[in-house]
Ligand binder design. Structure first.
Ligand code: G3P
Ligand code: CA
Length: 319
């Protein structure tokens, strides 16, 4: 049933989405992470869009700069480190990869110590969805902070001449935790599929129906955490013609389970692993052979890391 639903959007089945780029392999939301994802054989690269103090759209996950940059060192006198209080020039002067080398020495690279922030326009030029066939899954991060950002994103896509083409896989997916932002997008760019994200670790069946009611109003699919993507939940979404993309699926056993449960797409930090699992790695001409098996067995950035990260965010916010 899911296959039929996503067939309406001309997606390949299942849809493989790299979360913040290949964020297991390289610093999240940076050019190397995008580059690895682009070459991995997946369908979409997910990136979070926010706006600088001087009105530029940039790619960054946290609303606060402290976890992933050296903002405190470069600007010790700032009152706070919320991204929207920094100009693009200030953001470009920060380092976005050094944290990764400290946190993940086994995956460190000298080239990560000089990374800068990317604007939405730079990413659109680099990924070039119209010509590469690899799309962008753009999440509007905390859109309540950025009034009017929906139109700015839609206008940027139009300026770069990124339009959807009938009977072709969409170039752009639009994601948000905010139903209101998705509603606005549905009016401004109805042709790009929209996904309502939910952060809940547990949702009762009755509440799930409520989530699906909202999703039906504003989006085409729902992006729940893996914890809630069980067969009954996926089936209930399918019955309403909605697709389901669980996140963040980083382990091979999760992939096996969710494929039995008929998920329609997967959002992962490890696009290389997913592409191997689904035999999408054309350029190496390999299926899941020895190399793939090795990758599948490796321990991954776990959901524990995700919750550690949320703790970090909470800490940063309360500082
Ligand atoms: O794509 C889903 C995912 O990006 C939502 O969570 O916090 O990583 O933006 P987050
Ligand atoms: Ca995101």
């Amino acid at each position: 049933m899911g296959k039929k639903i996503i067939g309406k959007y001309n997606f390949d089945y299942p849809v493989l989405v790299a979360h913040r780029g290949a964020s297991y392999t390289a610093p999240e939301s940076t050019l190397p992470a995008v580059k690895v994802a682009l070459e991995s054989g997946i369908d979409y690269i997910e990136l979070d869009v926010q706006r600088t103090k001087d009105g530029e759209l940039v790619i960054f996950h946290d609303t606060n700069l402290l976890r992933l940059t050296n903002a405190k060192k470069i600007f010790p006198d700032k009152n706070n480190y919320e991204l929207h209080n920094f100009t693009l020039k200030e953001l470009k002067s920060l380092n976005y990869g050094a944290w990764f080398n400290v946190k993940h020495p086994e995956r460190a690279s000298d080239s990560y110590s000089e990374l800068t922030v990317m604007t939405l326009e730079e990413v659109l030029d680099f990924v070039d969805p119209v010509n590469t066939g690899i799309g962008l899954a753009l999440e509007l991060k905390s859109p309540y902070l950025y009034e009017g950002i929906e139109k700015e994103i839609v206008d940027t896509l139009a300026k770069k001449e990124i339009f959807e083409v009938e009977n072709q896989q969409p170039h752009i997916l639009l994601l948000s935790f905010s139903p209101a932002a998705l509603k606005r997008l549905s009016e401004m760019r109805p042709e790009s599929p929209r996904i309502l994200l939910t952060k809940r670790n547990f949702v009762s069946p009755r509440r799930w129906q409520g989530w699906l009611d909202v999703t039906e109003e504003v989006a085409d699919g729902i992006g729940p955490k893996g914890h809630v993507s069980f067969p009954w939940y996926i089936g209930a979404a399918h019955k309403r013609g909605l697709f389901v993309f669980p996140y963040v699926i980083n382990r091979s056993w999760q992939l096996k389970i969710f494929s039995w449960f008929s998920a329609d797409g997967y959002i992962t930090d490890r696009p290389e692993m997913l592409a191997n699992f689904y035999d999408r790695v054309q350029e190496f001409g390999e299926s899941v052979g020895e190399m793939g098996e090795e990758l599948l067995e490796e321990d991954s950035a776990s959901e524990n890391e995700e919750s550690a990260e949320s703790d970090e965010n909470r800490k940063n916010k309360s500082n």
